[in-house]
Design a protein around this ligand. Structure first.
Ligand SMILES: CC(=O)N[C@H]1[C@H]([C@H](O)[C@H](O)CO)O[C@](OP(=O)(O)OC[C@H]2O[C@@H](n3ccc(N)nc3=O)[C@H](O)[C@@H]2O)(C(=O)O)C[C@@H]1O
Ligand SMILES: CO[C@@H]1[C@H](O)[C@@H](O)[C@H](O[C@H]2[C@H](O)[C@@H](NC(C)=O)[C@H](OCc3ccccc3)O[C@@H]2CO)O[C@@H]1CO
Length: 365
């Protein structure tokens, strides 16, 4: 019997139906058996290859769902209305007539009643809001409004952005949403430098916004308590600053243009809490559970954009006590002890969004 050096030569000799010239003494039935077993071997090999190909393709799909590789230098293909389709899958049916930002007209001409108090509604804060909305604006910039398809990226503050080299990729999105006091100066290579929108509350406002934001960045205030409206009013109208009522000292002098300020509609907080985390609206406990600003920003992006990508999301496991949670400072999970965030529940919500393809992730999860 000859030794077949590789599958290909076996195939070719079998396919040709060649007789084995070097072994004329083998009886025909023996040769027949050998030839049959070669076919069997080949069939098994083909089956094995097919299974391998199928497995690698299915694995790759899963991987892409959880960790997406954008092509550098290329704009992402954008399908109009894509995120909106996903929104109904995730959030179910509800009226989507809600504005992104609060508007003066809803508190002035006809007072729109709100069912809930802050942070899920504006009940009881109407007069304060009236004064705040008189000095701020509510519009989406024309440059975003006019886009046929809005590609957005929400940049979380997670440590996984460190050394990610995602800066250039992030800058290519039409809308870059950042959170709290996350810096860009000095981190451009990993997080980019474009900031279309920054969600913040008084305690998370950057003391030097001019350094970290662009002149046209929208600074979107997420209000958790009435004092948050007091703070922005006192800053913008240069009224007497109030120091009490904050869990951390917010800036007393804040150099921003009032035209940049927007007030986020608490509706988005309500649906993030209710539909994504199943949190009760009324909580009697001292530490009230609430969505993180990042989850809130993803919720907003799913309503504002056609394509939503995320980066820098994901906390270390509870046992990784020394692992830093931010890309820009050393701070651990312990700092979040009294935050009222359920990071495991949020991770499940984000995984679900990744799995159904509502969002794509530029960093690992
Ligand atoms: C001590 C404390 O209160 N920390 C809170 C801080 C803090 O107030 C600000 O950083 C101050 O500038 O703010 C929070 O969040 P933080 O500012 O840390 O991060 C912004 C959002 O990024 C996502 N994130 C962050 C780190 C990480 N390892 N994985 C992530 O997924 C989260 O979605 C997060 O919301 C907040 O507002 O949600 C939540 C944090 O609990
Ligand atoms: C999106 O939430 C923001 C941030 O991520 C949270 O960490 C932060 O939580 C603070 C919480 O809002 C404070 N609660 C009140 C009523 O002000 C809490 O205050 C101290 C405290 C501690 C234990 C029990 C009661 C009160 O401090 C939390 C931060 O450690 O809220 C942010 C939005 O403001």
């Amino acid at each position: 019997m000859d030794v077949c050096p590789c599958a290909f030569s076996c195939v070719s000799s079998v396919a040709r139906g060649s007789r084995d010239d070097n072994s004329p003494q083998e009886p025909w039935h023996l040769r027949n058996m050998i030839s049959k077993s070669r076919w069997k071997l080949l069939a098994m090999l083909a089956l094995f290859l097919a299974v391998m190909v199928w497995y690698s393709i299915s694995r790759e799909d899963r991987y892409i769902e959880l960790f997406y590789f954008p092509v550098p230098g290329k704009k992402e293909p954008c399908l109009q209305g894509e995120a909106e389709k996903m929104v109904s899958k995730l959030f179910g049916n509800y009226s989507r007539e809600q504005p992104f930002f609060l508007q003066l007209k809803d508190y002035f001409w006809v007072k729109t009643p709100s069912l809930y108090e802050l942070p899920y509604g504006t009940k009881g804060s109407e007069d304060l809001l009236l004064r705040v909305l008189a000095i701020t604006s509510y519009s989406i910039p024309e440059s975003i409004q006019s886009l046929k398809c809005r590609r957005c990226v929400v940049v979380g503050n997670g440590h996984r952005l460190r050394n990610s080299s995602l800066g250039e990729t992030i800058n290519k999105y039409d809308v870059v949403i950042r959170l709290n006091s996350a810096p860009v100066a000095g981190y451009e290579q990993d997080v980019g430098s474009k900031t279309t929108m920054r969600l913040f509350y008084p305690e998370s406002a950057h003391f030097n916004p001019k350094v970290e934001d662009n002149p046209d960045t929208l600074l979107v205030l997420v209000a958790f308590k009435a004092m948050d409206f007091h703070w922005i009013e006192s800053i913008l109208s240069d009224k007497k600053r109030v120091r009490k009522g904050f869990w951390k000292q917010p800036p007393l002098i804040w150099d921003v243009n009032p035209k940049q300020i927007r007030i986020l509609n608490p509706f988005y907080m309500e649906i993030a809490a209710d539909k994504l985390l199943s949190l009760p609206i009324h909580q009697p406990h001292k530490i009230k559970q609430k969505p993180t600003t990042g989850l809130l920003a993803i919720t907003l992006a799913l309503h504002l954009c056609d394509l939503v990508h995320i980066a820098g999301f994901g906390y270390p496991d509870a046992h990784q006590k020394k692992q830093s949670i931010h890309y820009y400072e050393y701070i651990t999970l312990k700092s979040m002890m009294w935050s009222g965030h359920n990071v495991s529940q949020e991770a499940l919500a984000i995984k679900r969004m990744l799995e159904i393809g509502a969002v794509k992730n530029l960093t690992y999860f």
